[in-house]
Design a protein around this ligand. Structure first.
Ligand code: GBH
Length: 489
């Protein structure tokens, strides 16, 4: 099968970003090199019992040392952009409580220059789950409003040192996942549970996810304010945020299930996007949560006015949503979650083809629906798909040849890219697409047992080999560019 845009790709702008994505903790390794401080994921993975295979990101896939080799792979792919995140603890090992680590600055300068040398635009995330451990120890990380000035101080340093060459910034990756996993389910650091969730001892208030989220929203707003006032005019880049965005399909066509699906969208992504774009939390959240939702001061609203330049969507899958506002919610879904029930099957049939990730079902229509939903709700704000992808399970018994023959990923990318192209034909302002991921890497709680890469990584000798999907993605990009050339000449 070939990966191609099946109808005419006339709606792709010529500066459309085709890239691959990564994050520092999952890729870099070198966890104590060149003055880097420990971050919350270093500490978390070193406590036993959290990660499926007992592994950690100490070495990860050694991208810190092998970045030039990885850029050569990108050059082969023909991508024009690379999404990566900066390790906050490499730049500021102790946050605001310590000095800038110039060795960290030098590392990212080299990486950025090496990318630009090959014509690859750096697309930079400031915080992709990891924060300096110092900030957890000092004041409880995202739970404290103190993180707002710490984050914007860090952002300012990044704009100052890298902003002449970086034209795309993401403030925070998936704050919605960090808030829920870190402060409700307790499966991510700092392992705090709320209400009846999880089995951790720390955390006891249903409010914590909302407090952490509030501080993330205001940290974004502070960083954007700094970019707008001190850098953007001179540097000319764009700044946005990336949310984890599933598509929610109502379980039935009842009006209850429809409004439950709408509530799910609000409780999962409008939670962040509405304040940043409209200056207030979604109506449904205000109604259900009342005073348990923190309030924005007049000054906060002023800062939020700076908004964003693009919405980053990390989109992988979809789910059905059932009403349970007036009936008992199954599995303890409660008011603080929006009182809806999430299902991945109906009448014994999955919403889409299942994959090795228990949460990831192949539902390509969801891409178009989600993008059109975002376009309508947020008045045509530019959209960038900052992640989309699928995993294989690590299988020590399979041959390398089999591991490279990732036809499932080729089909997945094909269907999702075509769905994205449909939304663009319908007028959505989509500016880019990043495949998650360039390379197999450290998949958080799953450790090295799941492989999301377009390239296979041998986790023993760290050798990289392109999978079939890399070849197909390369063809798609080059066909697309040659077709474009024929349109413009
Ligand atoms: C992204 O997050 C991350 O940004 C990236 O680092 C990661 O490697 C990649 O995806 C692949 O996982 O309530 O059933 O949906 C993925 C977000 C959010 C996916 C939580 C799983 C959990 C279960 N994850 N979700 S469910």
């Amino acid at each position: 099968e070939k990966l191609s845009i099946t109808k005419e790709p006339v709606s792709f702008p010529s500066n459309f970003l085709f890239g691959t994505a990564s994050s520092c903790y999952q890729f870099e390794g070198a966890f104590v090199s060149d003055g880097k401080g420990l971050n919350n994921w270093d500490v978390f993975t070193h406590e036993s019992g959290h990660i499926a295979d007992g592994s950690n990101g100490d070495i990860a896939i050694d991208h810190y040392n092998r970045y030039q080799e990885d850029i050569n792979l990108m050059e082969d792919l023909g991508v024009n952009s690379f999404r990566f995140s900066i390790s906050w603890a490499r730049i500021l090992p102790k946050g605001m409580y310590g000095d800038v680590n110039m060795a960290g600055i030098q590392h990212y300068k080299k990486l950025i220059d090496a990318l630009l040398h090959k014509g690859i635009q750096p697309f930079v995330t400031l915080a992709h789950y990891d924060i300096p451990q110092e900030l957890e120890d000092r004041y409880g990380g995202w739970l404290s409003p103190k993180i707002q000035s710490d984050f914007s101080y860090y952002a300012d340093i990044c704009f100052k040192y890298f902003g002449d060459r970086v034209k795309y910034w993401v403030t925070i990756n998936e704050p919605n996942v960090m808030a829920v996993r870190g402060y409700r389910l307790g499966t991510f650091p700092p392992v705090r549970c709320s209400g009846s969730f999880g089995n951790c001892s720390a955390g006891n208030s249903e409010k914590e996810p909302f407090i952490a989220a509030h501080n993330m929203i205001l940290s974004h707003a502070d960083a954007v304010s700094i970019y707008r006032t001190r850098y953007q005019e001179r540097q000319g880049g764009m700044i946005g945020i990336s949310l984890n965005t599933q598509w929610y399909e109502p379980f039935s066509n009842s009006s209850e299930d429809n409004s439950a699906a709408q509530r799910a969208r609000s409780f999962v992504y409008n939670w962040f996007l509405d304040p940043i774009i409209f200056g207030r939390y979604p109506e449904e959240m205000q109604q259900i949560l009342g005073n348990n939702l923190p309030a924005f001061s007049r000054n906060d609203v002023k800062k939020l006015n700076n908004g964003l330049d693009f919405i980053g969507i990390n989109h992988y899958t979809a789910a059905y949503i059932k009403e349970c506002l007036y009936i008992a919610c199954e599995h303890g879904y409660s008011w603080s979650e929006g009182s809806y029930f999430r299902a991945t099957e109906k009448d014994g049939v999955y919403i889409g083809k299942p994959t090795t990730m228990d949460w990831l079902f192949v539902y390509p229509q969801g891409m178009e629906k989600l993008v059109m939903y975002m376009k309508d709700r947020f008045n045509n704000t530019p959209i960038i798909v900052t992640e989309n992808g699928i995993a294989e399970s690590d299988n020590p018994n399979s041959s390398l040849e089999d591991a490279l023959n990732d036809t499932q990923r080729v089909e997945y990318m094909h269907s999702y890219l075509n769905s994205l192209a449909n939304s663009m034909r319908e007028g959505a302002d989509v500016r880019g697409y990043f495949a998650w991921s360039l390379l197999d890497n450290f998949e958080w709680l799953e450790g090295y047992t799941k492989r999301f890469g377009l390239h296979y990584v041998n986790f023993t000798n760290l050798q990289r080999t392109p999978k079939l999907s890399a070849t197909r993605y390369k063809e798609l990009i080059s066909n697309f560019h040659s077709q474009l050339a024929t349109y413009t000449t």
